[in-house]
Each structure stands twice: as structure tokens, then as C-alpha cells.
Design a protein around this ligand. Structure first.
Ligand code: DAH
Length: 336
């Protein structure tokens, strides 16, 4: 019986087929219930104990060879199956080029404009503390202006909150650096606002800050005028008195958009003017909070919402689109 094993081993090793039926016949011949391997196992039971070890090893060699062969045939037939199913000569799927999110397109454009006049980009955390978001900005606890900037707090620690504006970066930057300083701080901000087509609980702002000796309101106005001319091609602006706790005096900036089309009438509510940002001279109390001497230094700051500007430039009507990220919307944006 055992002398047959060598021939069987050669047979197993030489067997080749890509036919499913032939492979199945091969399997049945060796591994079927009444197959060759079963015969050998039955035979092994009758082998005297002192010869069992040698006989067992020989039979096992055949068993391993059969199973290896079956395994190899199986994986070979699987890969031919794939080759049969797929047309490997067809052109590859084109690599889709992504596009920049409209918020980033406009943000980068604004950064470029201010970079060209010496502003650097600064960054700060989205998870803030009370000091940087409110108190140091002259918005102490119980100040009524805090009501307009309700946000998301952590119950266990009311000192931790999601920043309501990028003005917090002003404080962080002034704490760490010495004047003169000229920075732009773009970023995401959060407020407890009902989501609608015009407002969202997440949005983006860009903050500007310039601190030096002898900085005046005229510098502020010039800079903003330069900015609106570069971004919108419109140089006519007006500054309306306003109130922010961290600036004194404070102003709201409107750009004269014009009344040349029906859209102009709609977006400016018939006035021709569009509000684009808040600004003012940094309040001396804020400078004191960050250990900058208000008798020596002065400065201006401004802050604007990016979404509003994107909606204006691309004529979009619903702020929610920025956060849905529908590819059909995103792929329409080309750099300005
Ligand atoms: N932080 C203000 C807001 O979110 C915007 C702002 C107004 C920023 C005046 C400024 C500023 O730096 O000077 O409503």
C-alpha cells in the first residue's frame, strides 16, 4: 500500500488544470469520502504500532501535497476569474481633481490682499476660555453685549467655550508679542443661533489688528478702502458710528455697491450700500489687559464674516450650502 505513495506524489505534483470540473474530480479522487486519502487512513489503523510512525509520516506527506495543490489551483482559478470579468484594456477611471471650498477661496484672497501690505496670519484655538473670548476684550461677566454672542459652553466648566469671534486671537497675539504688530486671524466661530438661510451656528470670520505708535483712525480708513478696492473693485466706503466693547471709537463699514441692477437693489435693500465689517480703534482698556502701554501705542482692529462676502461675490442665497458640502455645489467654484 505505502509503496504507491511515491507515484501518487508525482501525480499530484504534476497535476495541472484550469477546468473547474477536472479540479473537482481531482479533489474527489483524493479527498472525497471514498477517496484515496480515506483508504490510507483506514490502512493506517491496521499498521502495527511499531511501524505507525513511519507510515503516518508518509501518508501525511501525501495529504499535505494534495491540499497544497488544491489550494494553488483554487487561487489560480480565482485570479483567472477576475481576469475574465474585468476588461483590463479599458481606460482607467479619470482622477477627479478636487476644488477649493468657496470659503477658502475667499479667505485666501482676503489674506493675499492684506499680506501685500504687511499683515501676517495668526491662529488661535476654537475652544477658548472666558478671558480671551470676553473678559480681556472688555466684555466682563454680566456685560449686556455678551447677550449678542451666546455660544456653546461646557456644563462642568463654564470657563470653557467655543469662541464666538476671532477677536480672541487679538488677545492671544498681543499677550505673546510686542508691538509693532500687524496680523490677520481667519477662523471658524460659533454661536447659539437658529440655523436658517441667513444664519448658522458655525461660520467664519477674519480679524485684523494693527498696533504701533501713532496709529490713527485715518490709517484704519485707508486700509479698509484699499481692501474693498482690491476685493470688490469698489473704493467708495462709509463708516457709521457703532459700538463694540473692545474698540473706541467703533464703526460699521459699508461699501457702496451701486444700484445698477435688480440684484443690487435686492442685496442693498434699495440703498446701494452694503455692510461688510465692524472696526474701530483698540480700546485702551484692552491694551492694558495685555500689558501694552496705551500711552505709547495705539491701534485699530476689524472683523468681518466670510460667508456674507462669499454669498455676495458668488451670488449665493443660502448659508447652509457651505456646510452641506454637496459636490454638485463645490465643483462649480473656480478661484476668483
Ligand atoms: N468681533 C466682532 C463680532 O464678532 C467683530 C469686530 C468688530 C471685530 C469690531 C473687531 C472690531 O476687531 O474692531 O461681531
Amino acid at each position: 500500500m505505502l509503496e504507491k505513495i511515491d507515484d501518487l506524489l508525482t501525480e499530484v505534483q504534476n497535476f495541472q488544470s484550469s477546468s473547474k470540473d477536472e479540479i473537482e474530480q481531482f479533489r474527489i479522487r483524493f479527498n472525497g469520502k471514498k477517496g484515496i486519502m480515506t483508504d490510507f487512513y483506514d490502512f493506517l489503523k491496521q499498521v502495527p504500532n511499531d511501524q505507525k510512525k513511519v507510515a503516518g509520516q508518509k501518508i501525511n506527506t501525501l495529504k499535505v501535497a494534495v491540499n497544497d495543490k488544491l489550494e494553488a489551483l483554487k487561487s489560480a482559478s480565482e485570479s483567472t476569474l477576475i481576469l475574465e470579468k474585468e476588461d483590463l484594456t479599458r481606460p482607467a477611471f479619470p482622477l477627479e481633481l478636487g476644488s477649493r471650498h468657496p470659503i477658502n477661496l475667499v479667505k485666501n484672497k482676503i489674506i493675499d490682499i492684506f499680506k501685500s501690505i504687511g499683515f501676517a496670519v495668526a491662529d488661535g484655538p476654537e475652544i477658548e476660555d472666558d478671558w480671551h473670548n470676553f473678559t480681556a476684550l472688555n466684555l466682563p461677566e454680566y456685560h449686556p453685549a455678551r447677550d449678542m454672542q451666546d455660544t456653546f459652553f461646557i456644563e462642568q466648566n463654564p470657563d470653557v467655550l467655543l469662541r464666538t469671534h476671532t477677536s480672541s486671537v487679538q488677545i492671544r497675539y498681543m499677550e505673546e508679542n510686542e508691538p509693532p504688530m500687524r496680523i490677520l486671524a481667519p477662523g471658524r466661530v460659533f454661536r447659539n443661533e437658529a440655523v436658517s438661510s441667513r444664519s448658522h451656528c458655525i461660520f467664519h470670520q477674519i480679524e485684523g489688528l494693527y498696533i504701533d505708535e501713532n496709529v490713527s483712525f485715518a490709517d484704519l480708513k485707508q486700509t479698509i478702502q484699499f481692501f474693498t478696492t482690491e476685493l470688490f473693485g469698489k473704493s467708495k466706503i462709509r463708516m457709521r458710528p457703532s459700538y463694540f466693547p473692545f474698540t473706541e471709537p467703533s464703526a460699521e463699514v459699508d461699501v457702496y455697491w451701486g444700484l445698477n441692477s435688480e440684484t443690487d437693489y435686492r442685496i442693498t435693500k434699495g440703498t446701494g450700500w452694503l455692510e461688510i465689517m465692524g472696526c474701530g480703534m483698540v480700546d485702551p482698556a484692552v491694551l492694558k489687559n495685555v500689558n501694552i502701554d496705551p500711552d505709547k501705542f495705539s491701534g485699530y482692529a476689524f472683523g468681518m464674516g466670510i460667508e456674507r462676502i462669499v454669498m455676495l461675490l458668488y451670488q449665493m442665497s443660502d448659508i447652509r450650502m457651505f456646510f452641506e458640502n454637496d459636490i454638485r455645489m463645490l465643483e462649480q467654484f473656480k478661484p476668483l
